[in-house]
Design a protein around this ligand. Sequence first.
Ligand code: DON
Length: 305
Amino acid sequence: MLDFQAILQEIEIEIQPYLTQGKIASYIPELSMVEPTSFAMSLMTVDGQSYHVGAHHKRFSIQSISKLFTLTMAISLVDEKIWERIGKEPSGSPFNSLVQLEYENGIPRNPFINAGALVVTDVILNELKDAQKSVLNFIRTLAEKEDINFDFSVAKSEALTGFRNRAMADFMKSFGNLHHEPSRVLDAYFHHCSIAMSTQELCKAGMYLANRGVQPWLSEPILTQRQTKRMNALMLTCGTYDAVGEFAYRVGLPAKSGVGGGILACLPGNFSICVWSPRLSEKGNSVAGAKALELFTTKTKMSIF
Ligand code: DON
């Protein structure tokens, strides 16, 4: 039997030299207000055991990890129809790149780059009037935590500086791939990214990804087993930006990262795992976070491969 708590504690020690590597995201000014050497890691097994190290109660900006939850909502609302408007291939380009969009007629490569998440948000707006609040409520239900909330100062900071996202939304509108006003879609998207959660909460919220679509504490499944397999496939191939090959090579788990420094990953059938450390690699993934996950799969020999 593996001693997960002891393994997390070893990782917390071995990770120390990596906490000073990389840079905090500052293109959203409010994101740079965080303590740069913060570290937290949480693990939850499908049989309900939890293990934590570091600042696992501390909430941080989930940023692009929200793309997992918005895609889950969109898939449960419209299922396969979503793929009429978004691809499912790795982009090989930065998450905020505009070039592919022109070549590919306003159809984003995948739902985990910014353009893809804007279309996902537009799909949710088609089905539900309030995309902002419905996503927040969904996350609160997944994590069983009613006080999870938007960080309005982060959302405002991004609204003031999100020129590339605005360009992307306008561009997709010109191709007819946004049905609502770009400003409305952007406002909801910035709020989704601003949601603040701890590793403990994210790890719990993402349990369905490890557990065939089911949150054991909820009466209804979140996704079918087939939809969950597909979410995991997308995480593995598109979840860590244009570093996805390197991440699969080193870590070997489906994962989604965010520029707040969080990474949520899982081993289907086994566990959900979340790590946070705000300094990022050039590609936008947490340096210490990716290293901690690599150490975890190396020490436990538990990965999808
Ligand atoms: O749109 C942005 O640039 C941020 N709100 C989120 C970026 C992020 O975490 C990486 N995206 N895939």
